[in-house]
Design a protein around this ligand. Structure first.
Ligand code: UD1
Ligand code: UDP
Length: 371
């Protein structure tokens, strides 16, 4: 029997949610008495650090506590990524794991990929192959580099596999489906039982819209942000807006001047979030993860971006890409209000795997030792 040492590097909110599913599968893999053992240690870069952007996810989703928190915090890209790189190198030199496991496309993803690759430690990338083909997004740069440096590329969709093939990357690529789907399946019933967000906010199912805005391209461009907020002002239903700290900082006092129909709240726990997504009439978002969760819950989604990595959703007709233009947002909402429908549940399950992505990832890591 061999023990395969895995160092998981996470740092930002969506990575905690993805890592929760895989950590659980790694634990279950060991309990099943397989030939090889998997041993995981989590490194938190400290990119997100507010309680409601970090700790609450570790607690609620029972993610093993990080072995180390690098406490890098916020900063410009170069400084933040550089500090992560320096601190991660030290940890990886000490630990010399068989795998460095990374998620998505944040600066934490990029730093971990670079630090590991330079030390000749193989990298496994969960959510590989996604592309917006917009290099102005920091995430696009992060994911292109991370994919380039990865030995195992766990894609969530066939589109992602095809994107990598276009770049000549085929070795180590496998479509395992989306770990966020595993997470929704695991937590949906739990959320129904334990979340009181609906009564706390005095919400009736399908009577409100849910919105999230945090993408740099929207928050850092006053014109784009103004276009989105003007649309919110025109909507005649209550809007729940769990506000990302980045956006709160940009908006400053403008938060208090928004229409009373817009309920600006602090970022919420995952189980509360999925209850809001399931019960919202329409979701407006520039988040990657929230677009897919909208789909899994059958809630129509208006995406406040010019392009999306999750093109299947747009093709399926349940996601409308509007960018930040007020009129476009309002017409997309009107179109959804008119049809009121999204995909039937039987088609919803096929776009992102079978809900066992994390198990496939654990089994693949156990089979390969970075070869
Ligand atoms: C990051 C990711 C983005 C991901 C998002 C998920 C990069 C380049 N971007 O964006 O892909 O969609 O996380 O939420 O990695 N802040 C706090 N408290 C926190 C965290 C952040 O106040 O706990 C504030 C700080 O002012 C900080 C700003 O938010 O400067 C932005 O944080 P940062 O982690 O740099 O980027 P995100 O916008 O969160
Ligand atoms: N999320 C959450 N609370 C919130 C907002 C989002 O739990 O207040 C969850 C959401 O359900 C999804 C993930 O965070 O699982 C998405 O993260 P985010 O939008 O920050 O990043 P992105 O997916 O755009 O990278």
């Amino acid at each position: 029997m061999e023990t395969i040492e895995i160092i998981t590097v996470v740092g930002a909110r969506p990575q905690f949610i993805k890592a929760a599913a895989v950590s659980r599968a790694i634990g279950a893999y060991d309990e099943a008495g397989n030939q090889n053992r998997l041993h995981e240690r989590i490194i938190h870069t400290g990119q997100h650090y507010d309680d409601n952007m970090s700790n609450i996810f570790f607690e609620q989703l029972q993610i093993p506590a990080p072995a180390v928190n690098l406490e890098v915090g916020s900063g410009p890209h170069g400084r933040q990524t550089g500090a992560m790189l320096e601190r991660l190198e030290k940890v990886l030199l000490d630990e010399r794991p068989d795998w460095v496991l990374i998620y998505g496309d944040t600066n934490s993803t990029l730093a971990a990929a670079l630090a590991a690759a330079k030390l000749h430690i193989p990298v496994a990338h969960v959510e590989a192959g996604l592309r917006s083909y917009n290099r102005r997004m920091p995430e696009e740069i992060n994911r292109v580099v991370a994919d380039c440096l990865s030995t195992l590329l766990f894609c969530p969709t066939e589109t992602a596999v095809a994107n990598l093939e276009k770049e000549g990357v085929t070795k180590g690529v496998c479509n395992v489906g989306d770990v966020m789907y595993d997470s929704v399946l695991f937590n949906a019933a739990l959320a129904e039982q334990s979340s009181d967000i609906m009564s706390r906010l005095r919400l009736e199912p399908k009577s409100f819209y849910l919105a999230t805005v945090h993408r740099a391209e929207n928050t850092d461009d006053p014109e784009r942000l103004a276009g989105i907020l003007a649309a919110f002002e025109r909507i005649d239903k209550p809007i729940v807006l769990p506000l990302h700290p980045r956006t709160r900082k940009t908006l400053g006092q403008a938060v208090g001047k928004m229409s009373r129909r817009v309920n600006v709240i602090e970022p919420v726990q995952y189980l509360d979030m999925i209850m809001l997504e399931r019960n919202a009439r329409i979701i407006l978002t520039d988040s990657g993860g929230v677009q897919k969760e909208a789909f899994w819950f059958g809630t129509p989604c208006v995406t406040l971006r010019d392009e999306t990595e999750w093109v299947e959703l747009v093709e399926a007709g349940c996601n409308r890409l509007t960018g930040p233009g007020t009129e476009k947002i309002i017409s997309a909402i009107a179109a959804f209000e008119e049809t009121g429908a999204t995909l039937p549940p039987d088609r919803r399950e096929n776009l992102y795997g079978d809900g066992h992505s994390a198990e496939k990832i654990a089994a693949t890591l156990a089979r390969h030792q970075g070869d």
